[in-house]
Design a binder for this molecule. Structure first.
Ligand SMILES: [Zn+2]
Length: 395
């Protein structure tokens, strides 16, 4: 599958699904490259602002929003959960697992505020039917550096897991330098390859360095934190019904058109365990629910189409046929959650904060479409086949 189109290559995008993470695609720093200036991102939310805003939202929500520290990043920054609603259907939503993918954090805060504070019948229904757990800025160290990876060395991993002494560093460990980032001085991991469908997995040296079609290891504190939130919800509710992950991609057009993609959606990250291709995931076959994931994506797509003749209609399907068990989406899908990926246009290091308002609104529209559909139960009536009618991305 061809994952990187020419537009994406020009914009230096790194995809969720791409194996193109090696230094080969990240040319070494040259004096010319060093002069490239990243556009400002001050319109996005910093970790300090996140802390202040969450505190404010909780205080003014009339008891509807609970904010907690779920864990700490490797550099000691708080990773928060903001919980709203008391229903028995559970929706977990996270943003910024890649720290240069910032629109989702803004959208997530807006949504928590709205659902927590607004007393319209629609918002009251969401609070009554759903328990929504938001993890905005799941990788705060990456966010502060406006980069994909967290900030953590292999030596720190060995300290935490002495059994890995002598093992090779993982394939998703970054130590390169390019025009945007200096991972040589501040190494880090792609946290979105550090998940393992076995939520009780303990790192074993024979599983290193691994690769993109193998599971991750929960070696980063960020993935451990989200794993623990997920397991706590499983204990409390039995299952986490829905998991939504908010990302960014490069700039694309809808296949066969000149229409720029506003965002792409997807619900499939591993081969179906009930098919021959998914044989290695057979133990998860009973809980894996491909149809529900597709219906959730259709709910988001329909809500965006209802916005009418506008950029909000320019929604495409992300590449299918992936096998990424180390992603949060792949791992939680195998654990029985309906899953939705949002890939918003433009990586922050080169796209900056262009169209921030419009893109934020698009994400909110899609996510609220999902939440309403789950709260009313209408999601189960949606035609699974509509998923395959979502136009593809031209790549
Ligand atoms: Zn991403």
């Amino acid at each position: 599958m061809k994952l990187i189109g020419k537009v994406a290559l020009l914009s230096g995008a790194i995809l969720l699904g791409a194996g193109a993470l090696s230094p080969a695609v990240n040319p070494p720093l040259t004096s010319e490259a060093a002069e490239i200036k990243k556009p400002p991102v001050s319109g996005f939310i910093s970790h300090d602002e996140l802390t202040r805003e969450l505190t404010q939202i909780e205080r003014t929500s009339n008891g509807n929003v609970q904010v907690e520290v779920a864990g700490y990043s490797n550099q000691g920054r708080e990773i928060y959960t903001a919980t709203v609603g008391t229903g028995d259907k559970v929706v977990l939503i996270q943003s910024e697992i890649h720290g240069n993918e910032k629109v989702g954090t803004k959208a997530l805060l807006d949504m928590v505020k709205k659902i927590g504070k607004n007393n319209s019948p629609e918002m009251r229904q969401l609070r009554e039917e759903l328990t929504i757990v938001a993890i905005p800025m799941m990788n705060p160290d990456g966010s502060e550096l406006n980069r994909r990876g967290n900030e953590m060395t292999w030596e720190e991993v060995i300290e935490e897991f002495p059994q890995l002494e002598g093992a090779q560093p993982t394939w998703n460990y970054y130590t390169y330098v390019n025009q945007y980032w200096d991972y040589a001085s501040q190494p880090g991991f792609d946290v979105n390859r550090d998940f393992n469908p076995n939520l009780d997995y303990v790192p074993q040296p024979q599983d290193f360095p691994g690769n993109s079609s193998q599971a991750g290891w929960f070696i980063t504190p960020e993935s451990q934190t989200v794993r623990d939130v997920y397991k706590n919800l499983q204990e409390q509710f039995g299952t986490v019904d829905v998991f939504i992950d908010l990302h960014h991609q490069g700039e694309y057009v809808i296949e066969g058109t000149d229409d720029p993609v506003t965002l792409s959606l997807s619900g499939l990250f591993v081969p179906n365990p009930s098919t021959p291709e998914g044989e290695k995931y057979r133990q998860y076959a009973d809980q894996y629910n491909e149809e529900f994931s597709k219906q959730l994506n259709v709910a988001a797509y329909n809500a965006l189409q209802e916005m009418g003749n506008s950029p909000f209609g320019n929604i495409s399907l992300y590449p299918q046929g992936l096998d990424l068990p180390g992603t949060a989406l792949g791992t939680f899908a195998l654990n029985g959650s309906g899953t939705v990926l949002f890939e918003i246009t433009g990586q922050t290091q080169n796209f900056g904060q262009k169209k921030m308002g419009q893109l934020t609104k698009a994400v909110e529209t899609g996510v609220l479409g999902i939440l309403n559909s789950v709260a009313t139960g209408e999601v189960h009536e949606l035609d699974v086949e509509d998923y395959d009618e979502i136009p593809l991305t031209e790549r």
